[in-house]
Write a protein that binds this ligand. Structure first.
Ligand code: HEM
Length: 224
């Protein structure tokens, strides 16, 4: 049955993310050190669609350049997510954070949040490492019209990403995006397998202050 679904998905070129959003199927599961690449072509002619070989996903190992970050890989679901900011009512929200790789020296991530049951703040980007060092970069685009870059040092299973100057760029419109001037983030995996992220933000009016605190549990995608 799984084989039939996967063959069909490749034939009609359904992206992995769509399959996972719709419940997922075993052969497309994510989250381990091994992962499926997106469709590729082995005929060495570019493989750019339309190519009849496109869609033949293959298993790849995590690239050695980001192997120290393997602990971040997976489909994480919030078990507790709280937000606050000066002069703002504190709030609870939910989040899913997918961290994947395609065998390249970079991790890809996609975070979706819901506030009061409705889609709210989304982010997507990449996490890279400077080869031969513990320097890690966090590169992120947000649906509020803001892009950010922070860098930090990997310390076991924790990283503190500090804003680089300038750390954010904003669209010329959109009130929320206009407010933020810098972000700082910490990620930490504890011995119980709980991933924690804390986000600090400064605005034109408020110095660096905690905005978000989320704890995630890894979803077991192996038996989907
Ligand atoms: C890390 C990325 C984020 C940035 C840059 C950001 C930015 C901001 C800014 C600039 C404000 C206005 C602060 C003020 O008025 O002083 C704000 C408020 C707020 N944020 Fe965030 N935010 C982020 C993530 C989130 C997430 C993930 C949620 C919840 C899912 C959230 C929910 C809220 C709420 C409820 C408010 C207060 C009401 C409002 O202004 O809409 N934010 N945020």
């Amino acid at each position: 049955m799984f084989r039939t679904i996967c063959t069909f998905a490749r034939f009609v070129r359904i992206p992995t993310s769509t399959l996972l959003r719709q419940g997922g199927v075993k052969c497309w599961s994510i989250g381990g050190a091994s992962s499926f690449t997106r469709g590729f072509c082995d005929k060495n002619h570019g493989g750019i669609p339309p190519c009849k070989n496109q869609g033949q996903a293959k298993m790849v190992e995590v690239h050695e350049g980001v192997r120290p970050l393997t602990w971040l890989l997976g489909q994480w679901e919030s078990i507790e997510a709280k937000g606050s900011y000066p002069n703002t009512n504190s709030f609870n929200y939910t989040e899913t954070l997918k961290v994947t790789h395609l065998g390249q020296p970079v991790l890809n991530f996609y975070s979706e949040t819901w506030l009061e049951g409705l889609p709210f703040h989304d982010e997507t980007g990449f996490i890279k490492m400077k080869q031969g060092t513990s320097r890690v970069a966090y590169i992120c685009a947000q649906n509020i019209g803001l892009v950010e870059i922070e860098e930090g040092e990997l310390d076991g299973t924790s990283i503190e990403f500090i804003p680089e100057e300038p750390s954010v760029l904003r669209t010329s419109f959109g009130t929320k995006a206009l407010g933020a001037t810098a972000l700082k983030r910490t990620f930490r995996l504890d011995s119980e397998g709980i991933l924690e992220q804390i986000v600090y933000m400064s605005t034109f009016k408020v110095p660096m202050t905690k905005h978000l605190h989320v704890k995630y549990k890894k979803r077991d995608t192996a038996n989907l």
